[in-house]
Write a protein that binds this ligand. Sequence first.
Ligand code: KG4
Ligand code: ZN
Length: 348
Amino acid sequence: MSLVLGIETSCDETGAAVYDSSSGRILSSVIFSQISMHAAFGGVVPEIASRSQLEKINPIVQEALSQASVTIDDIDVIAVAKGPGLVGSLFVGLCFAKGIAWSRNKKIVGVNHLEGHLFSSFLKSDLTIETNITFPHLCLSVSGGHTALYLVKGFGDYQVVGQTIDDAAGEAFDKIAKVLGFAYPGGPIIEKLAQQVNCQDFFKYPRTKNIGGDVFFSFSGLKTAVLYDLVKRGAYNLNTGPVQESLTLELKQQVASSLLACISDVFVNNVKFAFKKYPEIKCLTFVGGVACNKFLRQNLNQFCLQKNKNLFVAPPQFCTDNAAMIAFVGGYKHLNGYSDDFSLDVGL
Ligand code: KG4
Ligand code: ZN
């Protein structure tokens, strides 16, 4: 048995998980989410985030150990998210991990947060590991902070196929939800509103097009297009904000639905482009918080079926930030003889 304690504190979630890397089983995964603490501010406040991490890290780690029915003595290695993320939040997890590693003489392994997401589609809802994902494969990684397509050749061996040149897709959901008067995070409410009108494309917002042989994403122009369309409809005033009489539920549903349809088209189009570029690829994984979205999953799945490729998406609890993905990657690195020393630092 080789037990890994995973620690994830890169943003506004405190996560701890225990993973048995020899049997490939997740024994526990616990998350404390700060969403309600940031809702009033329309986004994550770094100072509040790091203070909350400090308060929660010990009880969340204890809870993960207890749910896995193990003690800290049973743990072989500590895998900790080292970035990118909010530096203050990352420091809490890293210092905690170093403290345990030093005082209990455990190995420590730093894991890149994005690398954690990249492998989260290996984590199944029955807490075992997916064995049908072949290398190389494509990974569409989409969250509030990043949007990119990677060619994943193996653990530690990745190539960026295309990434956003401005905002992340999750950020577009969050910012447009804010314009419509909703709190952070915007993705789930946009999905709910869109479902109420069957995810139809009412307004046909502009889609980015790949030029030449390059794949790229861009969502900043889309944000502006939605905003100015609302201004034109008299539902938003650039000086005073939403115009409540004009910003009806019907209009909110139509905006949310058109936004989702637009982002879905961009994803499918870019995946199509990447499949053409790498015809040998057999499967696509879809990861990050935005991969919770059922409409996006369905459309990508439909497209993959047409192209005779397989789509793998993790259950929602492993799409958003979690420590199981950190423990999984850390466990792999440890089994392959890798460990860090106490000079391990947070990186951006
Ligand atoms: O991976 P994640 O938890 O944190 C980051 O590393 O950023 O992703 C959070 C993002 C937010 O932008 C949130 O609005 C989005 O994921 N999200 C969704 C959905 N659930 C969360 N976006 C679209 N549809 C959803 N159902
Ligand atoms: Zn993340």
